[in-house]
Design a protein around this ligand. Sequence first.
Ligand SMILES: [Fe+2]
Ligand SMILES: [Fe+2]
Length: 327
Amino acid sequence: MSDKQPDDSTATQEYIDISLMILKRFSGRLVFDVFIRRSATHYTKVFQKGDTVCWNRVETYREKGLRHFCLLAEDFDKYTIMVKYLGRTIAQSSGKFSAAETVVVLKETVNSTIQDIVDSGEISEQSVESAANIVTVCVDNLSRDTEVLFRLIKAMGEKGYLQKHSISTSIFSILLAKASGINSAPLLQKIALGGFLHDIGISQLSFMPYEKENFTDKENEEMERHPIFGREMLEGVKGISNDVLEIVLQHHEKADGSGYPNGNKLSFPPAQIVALANEFSALSLRHPGRDPMKPKDIFEAFRGRSQEYNETLLDHFENLIRPNRNR
Ligand SMILES: [Fe+2]
Ligand SMILES: [Fe+2]
């Protein structure tokens, strides 16, 4: 196909940037059309559904300075499935992937999580995106230590749930931190990192909690230790501060002391933020035997046990997620 008319189109449709690195990992036929962005309003279709990608042609475009490859927004779900598949493959065999590829997959998972969050609630895409940028910076920082990054990705499991939950908890934590008046960039990064890594201790359990509907008493006991395992895994890791360790340790503690692992009254604000974001994220995702809950029902449940939360924070969170609820 030539890269000229008649496949040129103006931006009457919505396009989303994609990563060539992701495409490269798939050698089969494309399941969507691929475009290059020539300007903000000018896109050209360069490959169509059913084609295999010709990398020589890709190189030619890149040499001409055309670096943004995109797809139609309506096809984004198909791309997301590719990203999820790669995430699982990386968790199973991290040795075959470079750190750069792993970072790209994580970043693309961040992008698809943005889409999910925007689709499911009333939060503006712009604010979710700016929160996600902070998460991306954290992923970049972690990638400086390749071994740590691989260990973490592996720990996040092969099923993809934990990656998604970790990223969405991180994004909700940033949004909530900002909504409650935290503007310090270093603190926001610690909160993002704490949100991203909060459940890393799950990898140390003898069973996969996300695959089970019910736990035995012994499994419950073990589950209640995952914050401790997480803290132990991260202790001494470059770039992980004490505040991040505290967030990981305390993310299941409650304001009234009814949480775990220590039953302490949760009062450390960054951990309060991540704890709330964590619960919201977990309830809004699908679990075995339970459908995702709607934001309205989640907040109703939170309000029903308000003694467990910092109420001001709960108000900020509900204003953020359900800004139009009183209309
Ligand atoms: Fe947890
Ligand atoms: Fe969690």
